[in-house]
Design a protein around this ligand. Structure first.
Ligand code: SF4
Length: 53
């Protein structure tokens, strides 16, 4: 089974994905980027532990 938390923690928040994301270029919304999505998943997991079950 893939260790999702380990994969999520590989994001170093460098921001490179903001420059390559066409949706971010239009909307300037952090949640549109890979970094934003990973941050959201990580926060949800910390609250609910969804990835450790
Ligand atoms: S997801 Fe975005 S911020 Fe995170 S490591 Fe990859 S390019 Fe950098």
């Amino acid at each position: 089974m893939l260790d999702y938390l380990s994969e999520i923690n590989k994001c170093v928040k460098c921001g490179t994905c903001t420059t390559s994301c066409p949706i971010y270029k239009e909307e300037f919304l952090e949640q549109s980027t890979a970094r934003g999505k990973l941050t959201l998943i990580k926060a949800l997991n910390e609250e609910e532990g969804a990835l450790s079950q």
